[in-house]
Design a protein around this ligand. Structure first.
Ligand SMILES: NC(=O)c1ccc[n+]([C@@H]2O[C@H](COP(=O)([O-])OP(=O)(O)OC[C@H]3O[C@@H](n4cnc5c(N)ncnc54)[C@H](OP(=O)(O)O)[C@@H]3O)[C@@H](O)[C@H]2O)c1
Length: 334
């Protein structure tokens, strides 16, 4: 049995890791940390896990974690992970970091996050559909939620080298903001409301550009996010401008081939209803007749394929399990 530690177990993604790992036949959570809830039962913070997990929160150093774990997930804010990860790696653990600290090259991270990096080192970008080398990784930078949906939507056409510009417009549920409430995550503000934010400056734009420009250097990338009144889910509409007209049948063939052996990508009309609670990314596309635009839409659950589910998918690949292990479940509908 693979022994798993969760660093930052009181938060939304930490709770989602715990929920998903209760269904994993090859992994067992042995340590869950929290600074503030030390000594309290895990189900006092996550009552949904009552009778499913019998652990208390600990606040222990990496040496103690390494005695009980083989792999650790760091589910803490960016800036905090870079102070925790080096100690875990030094103790011989493999680490999957859910924060932004290891997704970008250090210089790019410092430019985008306006923060000096305390632990410059290489990591594998943990989007397994585009990075099979994740299986050999010691440290994985698990992707951001918006970039996961956007990159999966755009990759097949961009990898053909025929796209000059991408405009991604995303709508996210509010759990993407984490558990700490603010005026703009408060129910009266979020319900019956749709709101754009960071319209041209969202930090995740750099992760989308990084991955798309790796597939096709020079492709221009634009990104605008919105919050919609849903707890979970991200629907991304990507407008891809191609160099020469392309038919619907050609686009269909490109996407079918690209994702033929990728179990978590399904080609069907995306909607929150079909992916909520699951690790699937649903994608649909239309080549606009007589135009240079192809519209590609994706939907993921930000907490699952956009965070904790993808982190477990990475863990599965790193330890030689089928990537679907513990994750092969449908969306929750109705
Ligand atoms: N929510 C999403 O949909 C989503 C998607 C993709 C990626 N992410 C990323 O995943 C990470 C966790 O997100 P989240 O939504 O789960 O956040 P969250 O709900 O705010 O939880 C953060 C957790 O980190 C711990 N923590 C906070 N500051 C810390 C520090 N300085 N040192 C150690 N632990 C600290 C907290 O535990 P204690 O205070 O109890 O110690 C808490 O358990 C973030 O980097 C986020 O950007 C989130």
């Amino acid at each position: 049995m693979l022994r798993v530690g969760i660093i930052g177990g009181t938060g939304y993604t930490g709770g989602e890791l715990l929920r998903l790992l209760t269904m994993h036949p090859m992994a067992e959570v042995t340590v869950v940390t929290s600074r503030g809830q030390k000594g309290k039962p895990v189900d006092s913070v996550h009552p949904g896990l009552k009778n499913l997990i019998d652990l208390t929160f600990e606040d222990v150093d990496p040496a103690e974690i390494a005695k009980k774990c083989d792999v650790a997930f760091t589910a803490v804010p960016h800036g905090a992970a870079m102070t925790i990860v080096p100690g875990l790696l030094k103790e011989g653990l493999r680490v999957i970091d859910l924060s932004a600290d290891y997704r970008l090259p250090v210089a790019k991270f410092e430019e985008v996050y306006k923060k000096k990096h305390a632990d410059p080192r290489e990591a594998v970008y943990g989007l397994p559909e585009l990075h099979p080398e994740v299986k050999d990784a010691t440290l994985v930078g698990n992707p951001g939620c918006y970039p996961t949906g956007a990159n999966l939507a755009c990759a097949p056409l961009v990898a053909k080298g025929i796209v000059s510009r991408i405009v991604v417009d995303s709508k996210s549920g509010i759990s993407g903001a984490g558990q700490d409430p603010t005026a703009t995550t408060h129910f009266p503000f979020v319900t019956q409301n749709v709101r754009p934010y960071n319209m041209t400056t969202h930090r995740h734009a750099s992760e989308i550009a990084q991955e798309q420009q790796r597939l096709s250097p020079g492709v221009k990338v634009h990104f605008t996010p919105h919050v919609v009144p849903s707890t979970r889910g991200i629907l991304s509409t990507a407008h891809l401008f191609v160099d020469e007209p392309i038919t619907q049948a050609e686009v269909q063939a490109i996407y079918e081939e690209f994702y033929q052996d990728k179990p978590f990508v399904r080609l069907q009309t995306p909607s929150f209803a079909n992916i909520r609670g699951s690790n699937f990314c649903d994608i649909a596309f239309e080549a606009e007749q007589g135009s240079d635009r192809v519209v590609v839409v994706s939907a993921i659950d930000n907490m699952v394929k956009g965070a904790s589910g993808q982190a477990i998918q990475n863990m599965n690949l790193m330890y030689g399990f089928d990537e679907r292990t513990g994750l092969w479940t449908s969306g929750l509908f109705p």
